[in-house]
Design a protein around this ligand. Structure first.
Ligand code: SF4
Length: 238
């Protein structure tokens, strides 16, 4: 971290009435260039990228490239770089897929998805966040029960920095309205019943009525990668 950021500095309560643009603008004013958007290029992430590009063309964007994204996701990443003129910071795991298989056995995701996510997402994220004072996510409250109490600006106690969730209160319909109005590029898998898109091994299409993240880690009682856990006994996510 590069600046003294105190949890008590956060305008957490006022921010609940702010628009996504206002939350992001506050973050850029306070933290740029030590603030970055995290994205796996789902519909919500694309909305945030578009809003950020209008506020701050030199915004920073990173992804946790597990090596297991869908081809459609990698293609979308190229389109994002072209359209928004941003160089995506690709955070890769210490182990290649082959090295992981040698060290932990084949298809770790099918036996111990938490361990696989730890290696391929959580550890690379921890390393990236150590460079930053604030990060921005596209999580929304209605995505899953664990996300229902997400604040728009909060202290991330797990990783020790400020976390902005500018579209926490948006609905799935609002996300798509924005995408259509602003002609934002999106992952074509969304048109094939994949509301939430992660690694190929752990993502399936969902049926109507399921939570949008129900298609992640089918067969396991797992809806999160370990990136957005809250420290127990802490208010406001921190
Ligand atoms: S989503 Fe699946 S394949 Fe991707 S890191 Fe997590 S367990 Fe591994």
């Amino acid at each position: 971290m590069t600046a003294a950021v105190e949890k008590t500095d956060l305008p957490a309560i006022e921010a609940e009435g702010w628009s996504a643009e206002e939350v992001l603008a506050w973050g850029f004013d306070r933290f740029h260039p030590h603030l970055a958007l995290a994205s796996a290029f789902g519909a919500e992430g694309m909305v945030l990228i578009d809003i950020a590009s209008r506020l701050r063309p030199d915004f920073r964007l990173f992804t946790l490239d597990t090596g297991f994204f869908f081809p459609e996701t990698y293609e979308l990443m190229e389109r994002v770089e072209e359209r928004y003129g941003v160089a995506i910071e690709r955070c890769r795991p210490a182990l290649s897929p082959h090295e992981q298989a040698r060290a932990h056995g084949e298809a770790l995701w099918s036996r111990h998805p938490d361990r696989c996510c730890e290696i391929r997402k959580v550890l690379p994220l921890r390393s990236k966040l150590a460079e930053l004072d604030a990060w921005v996510t596209a999580i929304r409250r209605e995505q899953s029960p664990a996300r229902a109490s997400t604040a728009k600006i909060e202290w991330d106690a797990k990783f020790g920095l400020v976390k902005l969730n500018p579209i926490a209160d948006w609905t799935w319909q609002e996300v798509w309205q924005y995408i259509r109005t602003h002609r934002v590029p999106y992952n074509p898998l969304h048109d094939r019943r994949y509301p939430s898109i992660g690694c190929t091994h752990c993502t399936r299409p969902v049926d109507g009525g399921e939570y949008s993240r129900a298609g992640r880690w089918a067969g396991f009682a797992k809806l999160e990668c370990g990136l957005h856990d809250r420290a127990p006994g802490t208010a406001n996510g921190g």
